[in-house]
Structure formats: structure tokens, C-alpha cells
Write a protein that binds this ligand. Structure first.
Ligand SMILES: [Fe+2]
Length: 225
């Protein structure tokens, strides 16, 4: 991805949160210059990769296949320094912008439409070969448990949510307008817990065609000693 595209996406994401009256924590706005003044008291943000995360899944068409996320809080299974067993993220989903089919091996997550357009989620069980199964899918939307056919599309209007257990393939996009989507889950570890149906790049190569206005969660400089 180009840095200009990431800067623009985050500027747009911040404006969208303001419009939706969702307040981000202070580190959402820190530049590289500000980050270089921060010591070990902010290690939790660095170690647990909180903050902005933009990806085009290595496909070069962010508006169609991509996502802008902001991790508000997260634990870390790799360090006993962190005991938090949960994670909260925002997913800022553009109209018709798709996050492709994937499931999580360990993480159970609730995806919540916090406002904007309608969130469409297509679901399949994973079979033993980690492909799409044709078996019926049990769905839980806000405590309503029911069964749908493989590949059914669940429509979530603002305020509605769905619970996604491990090994449930999901693909989602926003319909009619952008959606401010929340995610509440068990600890998130993007380095090992995602199984994308089609192989994709999770963290994009970045072409710095202009200076970064914000840092992504994997770009923080080391703590000031
Ligand atoms: Fe997911």
C-alpha cells in the first residue's frame, strides 16, 4: 500500500469516528515525533500491537478488498506480563469494501454494527481440510440462536451483532454506506490465529510516497530509555 493511501484512510477513519460520536484513545492521534518521546510506560501499546492497522491483503485494491482497524485493547499470549484475556477493536468498513473469507483457530469474536450502513456477513463452517463446508451453520445474533444454510448472508443493522466461534468462516462488507464495526473477542494474535481461505498478505508492504501522519501498530519506534 502507498503511505498516502494509509494516511488518507486513517484521516477518513478519524472523521468517521467523530461523525459516529465514538471517541478514540489518545494514542490514535500520535505521530512518529510524539512516539519518539514515549518510554516503557507505553510498552503495552507496542507489545500488544494496539492502534491502527491497515491492510489491502497484498492485493493493491484497498477500497474493494481491505480493511482499516483500530485495536483499542488486547492481551498477549506470548508474555506473562499481560493478563488481559480480551480484545476490543474497531473495524472501519467502507461501502462494498470486503474482508475476505477467514476463520480463527482459537479466537471467538463478536462483530457488532455500531453505526452507519448495514453489515453483511457471509458464513460457512470449515470442513476437516479447512475449506468451505456445505453443512448448515448455527448462528447467534444478539442471543438469538438459529440455523442457516451454508453460505447464507446475515444482515446486521446498526446495534446488531453476531458471535463467531473458531472454525466458522466469515466474509463481510458494508452495504449502502460505511459501517463503524466493533469487535469484542478473546485475545487477538494475527501472527498465528487467522486462516484465510485464499492466501493473502496480512501486513502490507508500504511504499512511503509521503511522510506517515500516523504509525501502524507494527511500526512503533523502540521505547525511549
Ligand atoms: Fe474474523
Amino acid at each position: 500500500m502507498k503511505r498516502s493511501e494509509i494516511n488518507q484512510a486513517i484521516d477518513g477513519g478519524i472523521a468517521f469516528c467523530k461523525r459516529m460520536n465514538f471517541h478514540l484513545p489518545p494514542f490514535a492521534y500520535w505521530s512518529l515525533a510524539e512516539w519518539t518521546t514515549k518510554g516503557h510506560e507505553y510498552d503495552e501499546i507496542r507489545d500488544n500491537m494496539l492502534g491502527w492497522d491497515a491492510t489491502d491483503f497484498g492485493l493493491g485494491k484497498f477500497d474493494e478488498m481491505g480493511g482499516l482497524l483500530f485495536t483499542i485493547r488486547n492481551g498477549n499470549h506470548k508474555s506473562d506480563k499481560y493478563v488481559k484475556p480480551y480484545c476490543e477493536k474497531l473495524l472501519l468498513i467502507g461501502q462494498d469494501q470486503v474482508t475476505p473469507y477467514h476463520f480463527h483457530f482459537a479466537k471467538m469474536e463478536d462483530i457488532i454494527n455500531r453505526g452507519g450502513g448495514e453489515l453483511m456477513i457471509q458464513v460457512y463452517n470449515a470442513d476437516g481440510d479447512e475449506q468451505l463446508a456445505d453443512t448448515p451453520v448455527q448462528v447467534n445474533t444478539d442471543g438469538h440462536i438459529y440455523t442457516v444454510e451454508a453460505g447464507a448472508i446475515i444482515r446486521l443493522t446498526p446495534g446488531e451483532s453476531i458471535t463467531l466461534p473458531p472454525y466458522l468462516y466469515h466474509k463481510f462488507w458494508a452495504e449502502s454506506e460505511a459501517v463503524l464495526c466493533g469487535e469484542v473477542s478473546m485475545v487477538n494474535d494475527d501472527t498465528v490465529d487467522n486462516r484465510f481461505l485464499e492466501e493473502v498478505g496480512r501486513y502490507p508492504d508500504i511504499e512511503d510516497d509521503e511522510p506517515a501522519r500516523y504509525l501502524l501498530c507494527h511500526e512503533y519506534p523502540p521505547a525511549l530509555e
